[in-house]
Design a protein around this ligand. Structure first.
Ligand code: DX5
Ligand code: ZN
Length: 223
């Protein structure tokens, strides 16, 4: 499977949300990444399910919802109803990740678990089977436009090895500071989904930036 590109709407111009969605709908984006921040799990507040519902009505692309909130179990229903196609919560935000993954999937939505830069991928060992997606944070969650943390590349490698060894089809998503400068290394390390906020929406030509992220091809070192 070739990789997916998921522009992060957090970096869009919220005064022109209709136009931003027209642009995304006409681009080669695969998903739209939607960041939900509660001001408790992360030191910033973004928006809630009502705006997500509005986005759902404008988007031709699946919504990839990233919950950066405490007690995610309280809100998964609201975001599923608002239109989540992929719903990701943080491992650090709940003691019941396994239960929550099954709950989300039982509602017909793909379930993802995100981990902060400080959290080792080994902590996913007991939930990896059956998980649709792992989101490796490559910045500290809370803000767009931050610098990519380079150590994430080792985490991608390590997680990809586990996924291959266990013969799973879990997707690896990378979120934070992703752009043309690091996309190729990430894809070669095993990334399946690239989230890109600033590098798309703050560029002169967002459609072209998405296209460029898309057209990077994986080098097969085995050949
Ligand atoms: C960070 C968010 C990211 C962010 C990415 O807390 O989870 O999805 O929007 O934005 P860039 O690509 O600008 O780092
Ligand atoms: Zn995100």
């Amino acid at each position: 499977m070739s990789h997916l590109v998921a522009p992060s709407i957090l970096a869009a111009d919220f005064g022109r949300l209709n136009e931003e969605f027209d642009m995304l709908n006409s681009s080669r984006a695969d998903w739209v990444h939607v960041d939900i921040m509660d001001g408790v799990f992360v030191p910033n507040i973004s928006f809630g399910q009502m705006l997500v519902q509005q986005m759902k009505s404008q988007s031709k692309l699946p919504l990839d919802i990233h919950l950066m909130i405490v007690e995610p179990e309280k809100y998964v229903d609201a975001f599923i109803e608002a239109g989540a196609d992929v719903l990701t919560f943080h491992l650090e935000a709940t003691n019941h990740a396994h239960r929550l993954i099954s709950y989300i999937q039982a509602k017909g939505v793909k379930a993802g678990v995100a981990i902060n830069p400080q959290t080792p991928v080994d902590q996913l060992d007991n939930i990896l089977e059956g998980l649709d997606l792992v989101c490796l944070m490559s910045v500290n969650p809370g803000f767009g436009g931050q610098k990519f943390i380079y150590r994430t590349l080792h985490k991608v490698n390590k997680l990809k090895t586990k996924i291959i060894e266990r013969n799973l089809d879990t997707l690896i998503e990378i979120d934070g500071g992703v752009g043309l400068q690091n996309a190729e290394s990430l894809i070669n390390a095993g990334a399946d989904v690239l989230v890109a906020g600033s590098s798309v929406f703050k560029s002169d030509n967002p459609v072209q930036s998405i296209e460029r992220l898309h057209s990077i091809s994986k080098k097969n070192f085995d050949l």
